[in-house]
Design a protein around this ligand. Structure first.
Ligand SMILES: [Zn+2]
Ligand SMILES: [Zn+2]
Length: 1011
């Protein structure tokens, strides 16, 4: 007996039950034990930042994809690593702690105490990693929980030290003095890849000021410059013009580019080059820094003529390009603001103001001086701190960099060997590798990898490569070194290897992407002499994990990863950092294949923001849609498009899954009535089958083949699509056409349907691990305990000819339904004739087509009874034809085309594919016509008395079946029946009885009673 199924699945409830079963039966452990020692497939997890108090639906997306492919490979017998990772350092963690402690600046953090601050940060990681683990388990993710890697472990840090020491030997480390993007709240510079994260550029309205700068040698004349960052004006040292553009002087003495003001009248015109060298009075020469500068006009070929005045205000202390220009032209560099973005004391009345506070005061002062021409607002995309959302400024700073130039060619070469899915992601990586600048690895923060740099006054840079080396060279402080971390590490001075003097570490910590990038080395035991059980649990990770530190042979086995997967933005982040580090250390990519996917938005296509109230906590999604439905939503998504996640799409998925559920329920219900007992040993039906059964067996093999291809291509969307089409075929073709065979024990039918459902459970199990296991345990009672222990079904080559044939039949039936609905005849109205053109494969199934469409006769031949209208399918054809589209469209409109075989059309020199056109066929009087892909059907819509009478019979059958349902009869109960139509009775008494399971049919008011 099967357990009876309710009308619909209660996803959350059955999921919790299955989780308990997995626990009890050690299902995951069983799978791992079984696969141990087999061929291996290596997956390396990208760490999730452990700073949130619960799993988010964004994170659940990536976790689902990882789990799906690990489950698939597990079913296929591969030995795998299941190590989960947590990212534990950096601004994400720090800023959260600062907020919770109510600290607002670096000064306050230092006053609070770095030791205590570090402990609070670790606490966040501990709590968050527990919550993320809980959420991931609820999602169904199978990982080696408890053996996770934590990037703040001393082991991880030591591996980065080693990497940096190697780079130092190659001369790739240097300190740069640059003008870089700076977050005034966090008090640190940001690297190029941090700026590339989504959400960094946001629209923002800034002041838009036109300012007059009086020329010293030409009284009454002035340069007009435009700026959106008033706070940079006190740091102005030059004005740049394009040397080859033309500039004009207005009657009132103002110089601007002619191109930008074409309607203005100019008293004088000069080439930009002729203005070069003229001196002007700076806007804030009353302040000490400005007063010391000689302001002059410089040439710059990058001055653009699309906005502003064509004369650009240059402040080398406040802009990257400006800074470069200062080197070329020997300009002075003024640095107006400190680390927290506040004006230095020598800026007089501005001192202590933030850049935004200063904007108003500066605008006011310009007005008072009579040099403000115009003030307004300007909305543009402006970079914000990826962590705290503060608008960034440019600031001069000394940062540590890795020079990337020497490695660039090798990086490009290695990237070309990686299989990127989708392919364009690889192109993006290639672009990034071609254009990325040196890697800024230092941050002026606290809770992060301590950069092991000890620059000595003698000029030598000491770089420590391991904790052992530190101990050896330390002058003092080793005994208090709890973790390789501030503040403890800062109390360990070392001896300079060059001059023997005592040197201290620089204060900076490292970019978090170093932490994550070293993972393929630190967690796999690269160059580690011994396999140390739980040896990775060092420093802050001690007591948090039982992760091992493997030895080098382990690394050789598991490196590189066969597959990694993250969001697209990780191209410049984790995909990049580990790639860079790996190519630098061992000359090859750390992964063979990558799946990258686009962004998650809400179901209406908006970004999800807590402040907009449109985020969905994973807990809520688990409770309301269930993990399987979430996973389905993630897996159905093509990776090259943004996922619109929400309850609306979840509802739609539940509806689709219900079709599948109903098919299983159908088998369960009738199987129980008829005493059907399947056997796992005899999985594939080995009794004599009818043609429709044979088709379903082949159709099932096709599903297995398609799903296998999908998984192998790491495209879950292909798996989902294949499954959905299969469910439709099972429900709307096989069961629909075989329903009656289940009303009595027809073994081939039961065996075939059971086989199809069982195999389909197996292939979607990785996507939907709960529902499939729930149904598996019901349908397969004498086989493997769990669908996840059932292995992967054999992918036999299906009988393509048979599949094509039925696909053609279903195509014709679908068109027949369209024609019917166009004619507005109800489905229960039988019709005389259907003519089919262009579907030769369907020819031998005329009877089934007739039955499905309720027509008396199906004829294969020409459909003359129609007019053909063909329109271009613009989204497809537009990109293909480009400017030729207009012509083609016009010719189609006037009917100047030729219909070719297989749904192709010739228009002039173009042959259009079926997918490139929209075809509409209009029936002539008395016929309803539909066509697609070269197949046309025409339905004779003429009715006669005979057909009308049969329609009345079918109406009665329908009414009786509704009555049966309403009176709560079992589907097999027999009835006595009374109907009022004498003519129906006279002609169709037997059929009426047959179709309503009536043992007697009499004339009378419509009613039924149980017989
Ligand atoms: Zn910030
Ligand atoms: Zn020295």
């Amino acid at each position: 007996m099967f357990a009876p199924l309710p009308d619909k699945p209660d996803h959350p409830a059955l999921e919790l039950e299955i989780l308990a079963r997995w626990d009890e039966e050690r299902t995951f452990e069983q799978l791992r034990e079984r696969n141990r020692g087999n061929a291996h497939w290596s997956f390396v997890d990208g760490p999730v930042t452990a700073n949130r108090s619960s799993l988010g639906v964004h994170t659940a997306w990536g976790r689902t994809l990882k789990d799906v492919f690990q489950r698939y490979k597990g079913l296929r017998g591969f030995d795998q690593r299941y190590q989960n990772g947590f990212d534990c350092q950096g601004l994400w963690i720090e800023v959260g702690v600062e907020r919770s402690l109510g600290l607002n600046s670096k000064r306050e953090i230092e006053a609070y105490g770095l030791e205590e601050f570090a402990r609070r940060c670790r606490e966040v990681v501990v709590n968050s990693s527990e919550a993320l683990t809980r959420g991931s388990i609820r999602l169904g993710q199978w990982m080696d929980w408890g053996k996770d890697y934590f990037t703040f472990s001393d082991t991880n840090i030591e591996y980065i030290w080693k990497f940096l020491a190697i780079l130092n030997e190659r001369g790739w480390l240097f300190m740069g003095h640059r003008s870089t993007e700076w977050c005034p709240r966090c008090g640190t510079s940001l690297s190029q890849h941090e700026l590339s994260q989504s959400g960094v550029y946001q629209d923002r309205a800034d002041p838009s000021l036109y300012v007059r700068l009086p020329l010293i040698e030409h009284p009454g004349e002035s340069l007009v410059v435009w700026t959106t960052t008033p706070w940079t004006l006190p740091a102005n040292v030059a004005a740049a013009v394009h040397p080859e553009e033309e500039y004009g002087r207005r009657e009132n003495g103002e110089w601007v580019a002619v191109k930008l003001f074409p309607d203005d009248v100019f008293a004088q015109k000069l080439q930009g080059s002729e203005l070069v060298g003229r001196r002007y009075r700076g806007p804030f020469d009353d302040l000490a820094p400005g007063a010391s500068v000689e302001h002059r006009v410089i040439p710059w070929e990058d001055v653009t003529m699309d906005q502003g005045t064509g004369i650009v205000h240059i402040a080398p202390g406040c802009g990257g390009e400006d800074f470069e220009l200062s080197r070329v032209h020997g300009l002075e560099v003024l640095t107006p603001v400190d680390e927290s973005g506040r004006f230095y004391d020598d800026y007089g009345w501005l001192h202590g103001l933030s850049t935004s506070e200063a904007a108003d005061q500066i605008t006011g002062a310009l007005g008072e001086r009579g040099i403000l021409l115009e003030a307004g607002l300007y909305t543009h995309a402006y970079p914000h701190c990826w962590r705290c959302d503060t608008p960034l400024i440019f600031r001069l700073s000394d940062d540590w960099f890795i020079a990337v130039g020497d490695l660039r060619a090798k990086l490009l070469e290695e990237n070309a060997k990686v299989t990127w899915v989708p392919e364009y992601m690889g192109k993006r990586m290639d672009d990034w590798l071609r254009n990325m600048g040196d890697w800024n690895i230092s941050r002026r923060r606290y809770y992060g990898l301590p950069l092991p740099f000890y620059p000595c006054a003698c000029g030598h840079l000491n770089v420590i490569g391991s904790k052992a080396e530190l101990a050896e060279r330390a002058i003092e402080g080793m005994e208090q070194l709890e973790e390789l971390r501030r503040p403890w590490i800062d109390r360990v001075p070392i001896r300079c290897e060059q001059c023997g003097e005592s040197v201290t570490r620089i204060a900076e910590v490292g970019d978090v992407w170093l932490d994550a990038g070293i993972v393929p080395f630190a967690t796999l035991g690269w160059q580690s002499p011994d396999y140390v059980e739980e040896g990775y649990a060092t420093g802050a990770a001690d007591g948090l994990t039982r992760a091992d530190l493997p030895d080098h042979s382990y690394w050789e086995k598991w490196f590189p990863a066969d597959w990694v997967s993250e969001m697209r933005e990780q191209i410049r982040l984790w995909f990049y950092s580990q790639f860079f580090m790996s190519v630098a250390l061992v000359g090859r990519s750390p992964y063979r294949r990558v799946l990258a996917y686009e962004k998650m938005l809400d179901e209406h296509g908006r970004e999800m923001h807590a402040s907009w109230g449109n985020t969905i906590p994973a807990e809520e999604a688990f409770a309301q849609m269930g993990a399987d439905v979430m996973r389905w939503q993630y897996c159905a998504q093509p990776p090259d498009r943004n996922l619109l996640f929400g309850f609306g799409p979840a509802h739609e998925i539940k509806r689709k899954l219900l079709t599948f559920w109903n098919s299983v329920k159908f088998l369960v219900d009738y199987g129980n009535i008829e005493g059907f007992q399947p056997s796992w040993e005899r999985l594939e039906p080995d009794v004599e089958l009818r043609p429709l059964d044979r088709w379903l067996v082949e159709r099932t093999k096709q599903l297995v083949a398609e799903a296998t291809d999908g998984y192998e291509a790491t495209l879950t969307t292909d798996v989902v699509r294949a499954f959905e089409a299969f469910v439709d075929d099972v429900s709307n073709w096989y069961i629909r056409r075989s329903r009656r065979r289940f009303y009595s024990f027809d073994e081939p039918a039961f065996r075939t349907l059971w086989f199809a459902l069982v195999q389909s459970l197996r292939v979607v199990a990785p996507v939907m691990p709960f529902l499939t296991d729930h149904l598996w345990r019901n349908l397969v009672q004498d086989g493997p305990q769990s669908v996840h222990l059932a292995g992967w079904p054999d992918a036999d080559e299906p009988d393509r000819a048979l599949l094509d044939e039925i696909a053609a039949v279903r195509g014709v039936v679908e068109l027949g339904r369209q024609a019917r609905s166009a004619s507005q005849l109800k489905l229960r109205q039988p019709l005389r004739r259907l003519v089919v053109a262009g579907a030769p494969l369907a020819r031998s199934h005329a009877e089934e087509i007739a039955d499905e469409l309720r027509v008396k006769e199906v004829e294969f031949g020409d459909v003359a009874a129609s007019e053909l209208r063909v329109k271009p399918n613009l989204p497809v054809l537009g990109p293909k034809l480009g400017s030729a589209l207009r012509d083609v469209r016009e010719q189609l409109q006037r009917g100047a085309f030729e219909e070719l075989d297989g749904g192709h059309f010739r228009v002039g020199d173009h042959v259009l594919e079926p997918s490139e056109v929209l075809v509409e066929r209009v029936g002539i009087e008395g016929w309803a016509v539909a066509g697609q892909n070269g197949v046309t059907v025409a339905l004779d819509t003429a009715l006669d008395d005979e057909l009308l009478l049969e329609a009345r019979l079918l109406d009665r059958v329908h009414e009786v079946n509704v009555l049966r349902k309403e009176s709560g009869l079992e589907v097999t109960d027999r009835i006595n029946l009374w109907v009022p139509d004498e003519d129906v009775l006279a002609r169709y008494r037997a059929r009426l009885a047959d179709e309503t399971l009536a043992v007697s049919v009499e004339l009378g008011e419509l009613r039924i009673e149980k017989a």
